[in-house]
Design a protein around this ligand. Structure first.
Ligand code: ATP
Length: 220
C-alpha cells in the first residue's frame, strides 16, 4: 500500500519535500494558509488545500490523523510551528517530522512530541563549511551532538598503507566503517586493505577525534 504523507508549509523546503515525495509515487496532502502556494502544488500533490494548521478543527476535518507521516515545514512563524506540532501530537499522528529554525526551537519540538526534528539550514551550513576546509572532505553528517560521520578522499599520507599500518582507531579514536573503491562499497574493510588514490573512506567518531584525523591525514 502507498504510504501517505502530509506536508504543512509549502516554502522552498516543504515544497521540495512535497515534490520529491510525489515524484516517488507517494500520496501527498499539501497544506498551506497561502492560496498562491497551494495553487502552485495543485498539479503536483495528490491534494492541495488552503488551511491554517494551528486550527485543530480544520486538521481533524482534513483527516490528518489517518496520514502515516506529517512534515511540518513552517519556518519563520515559530509559534505556528510549535502549535501545529502540539496539535498533531495530541491527535496521535503516527509520525511527525518538524523543521527547526534554531537550536532552541529544536529543543522545544523534541519536548512537545515531534518524532524527528530537522534543521536543514544549519546542517547544510556545516556540510558546506567542511567541504570548504578541504576538497578531500566530500560529505559530513551529524549523528548526534558529539558524534559525526564524514566521507573523505584518501589523503596523500595514506596511499599504499594498510588500515593496520594507519591504525586510525588507536591513534584518533575513530572508525573506518566502509571504503568506496571504483564505485564498489567495501563495508567493514579488512585490516590489511591498502589505500589507493581516489578511495573514499566513511569514518565515524567523536567530533574532536574526527577533526584530529582529518588534520593529520586528509587536509593537505
Ligand atoms: P523556506 O522553506 O522557503 O526557507 P521558511 O523556512 O522561511 O521557508 P516560511 O516561509 O516561514 O518558511 O513558511 C513556509 C510556508 O509555511 C509558507 O508558505 C507559509 O505560508 C506557510 N505557513 C506559515 N504558517 C502557516 C500555518 N499556520 N498554516 C499553514 N501554513 C503556514
Amino acid at each position: 500500500m502507498k504510504r501517505e504523507f502530509a506536508v504543512i508549509g509549502l516554502g522552498r523546503f516543504g515544497g521540495s519535500i512535497c515534490e520529491e515525495l510525489s515524484v516517488e509515487g507517494m500520496k501527498v496532502l499539501a497544506i498551506d494558509c497561502d492560496e498562491t502556494k497551494v495553487n502552485e502544488f495543485k498539479d503536483i500533490a495528490t491534494h492541495a488545500v488552503i488551511a491554517d494548521s494551528t486550527d485543530e478543527k480544520v486538521l481533524k476535518e482534513l483527516g490528518i490523523n489517518n496520514v502515516d507521516h506529517v512534515i511540518v515545514a513552517i519556518g519563520d512563524d515559530i509559534q505556528a510551528s510549535i502549535l501545529t506540532t502540539v496539535i498533531l501530537a495530541d491527535m496521535n499522528v503516527e509520525k511527525i517530522t518538524v523543521k527547526a529554525q534554531s537550536d532552541y526551537h529544536e529543543k522545544i519540538l523534541n519536548k512537545i512530541g515531534a518524532d524527528h526534528v530537522v534543521h536543514p539550514e544549519r546542517d547544510m551550513g556545516k556540510k558546506i563549511a567542511h567541504s570548504l576546509i578541504s576538497s578531500n572532505i566530500l560529505d559530513y553528517l551529524d549523528l548526534s551532538d558529539d558524534y559525526s560521520m564524514v566521507e573523505v578522499k584518501s589523503g596523500k599520507k595514506m596511499l599504499g598503507k594498510s588500515l593496520i599500518e594507519l591504525d586510525i582507531r588507536a591513534k584518533f579514536g575513530c572508525n573506518v566503517v566502509a571504503i568506496k573503491h571504483d564505485k564498489e562499497m567495501n563495508v567493514s574493510p579488512r585490516a590489511n586493505y591498502q589505500l589507493q588514490a581516489e578511495d573514499v573512506l566513511i569514518v565515524i567518531g567523536a567530533d574532536d577525534d574526527i577533526s584530529k584525523f582529518e588534520k593529520h591525514y586528509i587536509i593537505d
